[in-house]
Design a protein around this ligand. Sequence first.
Ligand code: UN1
Length: 502
Amino acid sequence: MSNLRAPRDYHNFIDGQWVPSSGGKTFENRNPANNDDFIGTFAESNADDLNAAVDAADRAFQGWRLTPAPKRAEYLYRVGDILKRDKEKIAREMTREMGKVLQETRGDVQEAIDMAFLMAGEGRRLHGVTTPSELPNKFNMAVRMPLGVAGLITPWNFPIAIPAWKGMAALICGNTVVIKPASLTPLSVIMLAEAFEEAGLPKGVWNVVTGGGQEVGEPMTKHDKVSVISFTGSTNVGRDIAIACAPSFKHVHLEMGGKNIIMVMDDADVDLAVDGALWGAFGTAGQRCTAASRIVAHRKIYEQFVEKLAGRAKKLRVGDGLSDSTDMGPNVSAGQIKTVAKYVQIGKDEGAQVVAGGNTLTDGNFAKGFFHEPTVFAGVKPDMRIAQEEIFGPVTAVMQCDSLEEAIAIGNGVKYGLSSSIYTNNINNAFAAMRDMYTGIFYVNAPTIGAEVHLPFGGTKQTGNGHREAGIAGIDVFSEWKSIYVDYSGALQRAQIDTEEI
Ligand code: UN1
């Protein structure tokens, strides 16, 4: 632990300054693997703090908007380099505040680095459209313009990657940013702000306000000067945000729940599918929007698959994510552990069988953290609550099917549509599932997790509201189209009227 930061008071980052909340309130942040490990206090902000940050972002907007995009990109390249240099340090602090194992927090920082570089590259593209006019001596094009102040509300499960997905896209398009990180993982976003500060980003372009959803998030969704909100979190909170943004027609991008499925066909490489299911279900202790919380296995390989999966799940080593010998870290909070335990009970009451795990861990080293065993339910029916509702913990529900068609019907039979996957060696099955699964992300012979930053990320149905982040799709959220017509004929030319009939 010696190379971790000493506890201290962290402040908001507003207009290039580190400032405490105007109300003087703070909240504590502790390690979910060991509650005695105190990380520091953070500003418990209020609407005045949020207003100050939005005013700073609004003042900075004109200068930033008019900074050429390739110049804006230079700051992003610099931030990418700083994150690369500090990757290990940031990853360790992130494991300490969020719990997932070090390999995964390194991946989280890497995702932020990748996004910084991807969006920096966009600074020399941000392509628009040029197209012929229907009239002579007239030039037509459509260009992207920024919206203004972007309000970002980000989750705790990818504490730096998701802020970077949203933030890098917002900045390269010429928007300024106010971000409210999840209260369970504020330090990761503070560390990102430190990188922006070191990169010399102009003051007011990136602002961080820590604190609660009601105190900071809600006023953000209602603020006149915030033009777009981008949120990742639960479907219920996403709905409230959409409603709060509706009266002012604020743009809103929502990335919400998932109930992702792995389909294992009778012609699959079963051992490969077991590897994928373990990683998909128990990576990040199941706390990913993309987690494989459902599996459907063909009747012919079902028994074999369940036995192997349960055997491997029992062998996963649960513990402190900072230790090299840990495969799966704690859940992020007491509340999260309670939800997991509640759903395990629901699954038992519904008649599903626990074939691995099933318990909260409270003895010895586990006593001071929020640990739960990797848990596999078998004999699950598609309409059971554990097969329908997002749990966001280390629990997966295995079902049985007789055909690809049935697997697809089960797969699509939930209210979410984020990610899905098939294990098969039959190319026809793979292509049919690729076409018919109504999810925003689909994998063949890989689990439901593992999205890369240069492809669109998001989902259908109650997972999203039609937008995507990451890739080029990510810049659609943070830019508006302006269609421009330049008439150099010297005469009045009327579209649709002064065109010659042929
Ligand atoms: C999330 O689950 O909220 O594809 C994000 C993945 C990661 C991102 C997940 N690259 O699982």
